[in-house]
Every structure is written in C-alpha cells, then in structure tokens.
Design a protein around this ligand. Structure first.
Ligand code: COA
Length: 332
C-alpha cells in the first residue's frame, strides 16, 4: 500500500483584528475574564465580503507554492468546514474553481472543529489505496457569520481563518503514520446550530410569503464540553501514539485544536508533554474551528519548528461530538 506525506503547508488569516477590548463594547465581558478563562487576546474577522472559499484559496495557494506544485496536479480537494459559503455547491468545489484544479474530485467534510483531521483521513486513505496521487486538504471557516454576537459565552471565543496542506503519494517510510477518528452523537447537545427561532433547520411551509429561510448561529454548553474535551483528547492521543508505535517523549511537536488554552494545558499536563513542545496560536486567533490546526501547523513550519523525521501530533475535538488525532513523521 502507498503512503501519504505532507509536501506543503499554508494559511491565511483575515487582516481585521478584533481585540478583547473591542468586545467589551459589544457584550458584558472584560479583557481580563477572556484572557484568564480562555487564553484569547484577539481574533481575526473576515470583513469586506471575504467568504470561506476565499480564505481557503489563499491558504491553498501558499501550500501549493511550498509544495512547488500546480493546482492542476491535484487529484483530490477535501475541505473541512462548518461554514461553507453555501449549503451547496460544496466549498471544495468553489475552491477547486478558484484554484483551477481542473482534474480534482472535490468534497466538503462536516465534522465540527475536527473537520481538518477528518479531511486529512479522507485524503490519506485516497492516496493509500491509489485513488489519488496528490491531494489538497483544507480547514477553513468564517465563524463570524454563525456567531450570536449577543451571547458572551460564545462570541468571545471564535475567529475566522484557513489553513491547508498538500499531500503526495510516497514509497518512503515517512509521512502519515496513523490517524484515529471517533465520534459520539449522544453529546450533540453540547454544541450545535439553531436558526433564529432556536429550532433546527426544517422543511419550509408551502405558503407564499411564509417560512423564509432563517440564518443560524451556534449554541454551546461550555463547561461539560470542556471536561469531555480533555478526556477525549487524552484518550485519542494515547491510541494514536500506540497505533504509530511512538512514545510521548519522542514527539517533537504537538499541534492541538485551539479552543481554550486551559484545555491545551490540561492535555499537555496529562501527557507529560512540556510547554515548549506545544504550538499555540489561540492568543492571536481564538478558536477557528477546522482552520485552527492547519493554521497553527503552517505557522510552526514557517517558524522552523519542524525538521525532516520529526514526530508531529495533531489532535482535535469538536461538535458532534467528534474527535481525532494524527501522528505524522515530518518530511519537508
Ligand atoms: N465574559 C465574562 N463573564 C462570562 C463570559 C464572558 N465572555 N462568559 C461567561 N461568563 C460568566 C458566566 O456567566 C458565569 O457567571 P456566573 O458565575 O455569575 O454564573 C461565569 O463567567 C463562569 O461561567 P462558566 O461558563 O462556568 O465559565 P468557564 O470557566 O466554564 O469558561 C468557557 C467558559 C466557554 C470559556 C469554557 O467552558 C470552555 O472553554 N469550554 C469549552 C469550549 C470549547 O472548547 N468549545 C469549542 C469546542 S470545538
């Protein structure tokens, strides 16, 4: 069976910065509370009509550039997102068009904040079984479009952005060593979307003028989610390391989903992983859902934090609940 290795990484974060102080003017909150409880100082917001597919395009172009590859070489485009530009066509098809990836098959993966790792798994399997030689994997979100700006419990947490990696087939003994995914729908009530009436999406009434489509926003029960997140992240990390035959001490870097610095620190502590081996961006970007891991990864790569043969762990959790991890032997 073939293997897949990462040959390029890229990211794009919109330029508009919203600080905690800015949010003090919007909801009853404070910079001190947000910093202490989450680690977030500021986040980026996609203004000026930028859509998820636009952010994805910029991240993908950077990843393709690092890979030295043309979009026309891609056989597969997979986008993890909960905020596609439209319900359909998929964000991946819109991205394919913007990139000019003419011969690729394209699809979105909806797995909450785990979207990128789930998308990575889809692409990894397509390469392993010979269906694709080169695949683009993207996590991209415009969460500001589904944020309830009156809810201080969620609006202070979220941000917009995109990150991408290019995977290529390899015969070498390197690249993606293990991916492990899990989900548990019985915890779906901890993080979900509702329309303005608080209801899920329903069939529209066949009455002229009635039942206009309503925008939706996300709702979260933060405390139990926090507890569940730490448990799931530790469990999936240990399984994935076992599957790859790698010990915690051998890790060069962990790039976790950036939801809350206290969750990240609790995970690192449980694993016995020192702070210098954990890459965080939450202070500057907040929680960008599917975009958080590939954005942090691309940044870590550009900062020279990974060398060939280094062992990288990416680990995530999100709405669903979904969670997952991947162990990669770095190859750039
Ligand atoms: N500013 C000021 N106070 C706030 C606030 C805000 N933005 N949000 C909540 N509070 C208040 C609450 O109303 C509550 O007040 P009370 O004690 O008077 O009732 C108090 O702060 C504590 O709220 P609580 O929800 O218990 O805080 P917390 O320590 O659990 O932190 C989260 C809240 C959301 C930061 C935390 O639960 C969390 O990060 N959960 C996981 C979220 C997550 O990972 N989501 C993404 C999944 S991909």
């Amino acid at each position: 069976m073939y293997k897949a290795k990462v040959v390029g990484a890229g990211s794009y974060s919109p330029e508009t910065i919203v600080t905690n102080r800015d949010l003090e003017k919007v909801v009853d909150t404070s910079d001190a509370w947000i910093t202490r409880r989450t680690g977030i100082k500021e986040r980026r917001i996609a203004t000026g009509g930028l859509l998820t597919s636009d952010l994805a395009t910029r991240a993908a172009q950077q990843a393709l550039g690092q890979a030295g590859m043309d979009a026309q070489d891609l056989d597969l485009v997979v986008v993890g997102t909960v905020t596609p530009d439209r319900q359909f066509p998929s964000c991946a098809c819109l991205l394919q068009e913007k990139l000019g990836a003419r011969k690729a098959a394209s699809m979105d993966v909806s797995a909450g904040c785990s979207g990128f790792i789930y998308a990575l798994s889809v692409a990894n399997n397509a390469i392993r079984c010979g269906e694709a030689q080169h695949a683009l994997v993207v996590g991209a979100e415009v969460l500001s479009g589904v944020t309830n700006w009156a809810d201080r419990g969620t609006c202070v947490l979220l941000g917009d952005g995109a990150g991408a990696v290019v995977l290529s087939r390899t015969d070498e003994d390197t690249g993606i060593k293990a991916i492990h995914l899990r989900s548990d729908g019985s915890f779906g009530h901890l993080l979900y979307s509702v329309d303005q009436n608080g209801t899920p999406r329903q069939a529209l009434e066949i009455v002229p003028g009635a039942g206009e489509p309503k925008p939706f926003y996300l709702v979260m029960d933060g405390k139990p989610l926090f507890k569940k997140a730490v448990e799931c992240l530790e469990e999936i990390t240990r399984w994935t390391l076992d599957k790859a035959g790698v010990k915690v001490e051998e890790l060069a870097l962990m790039v976790p989903h950036q939801a809350n610095i206290r969750i990240i620190n609790a995970l690192a502590q449980r694993l016995g992983l020192s702070e210098d081996k954990v890459y965080t961006t939450i202070e500057r970007y907040g929680n960008t859902s599917s975009a958080s891991i590939p954005t942090a990864l691309a940044e870590a790569v550009s900062m020279g934090r990974l060398a060939p043969r280094d062992k990288l762990l990416m680990v995530t959790f999100g709405a669903g609940l979904t969670w997952g991890a991947s162990l990669v032997e770095w190859s750039i």
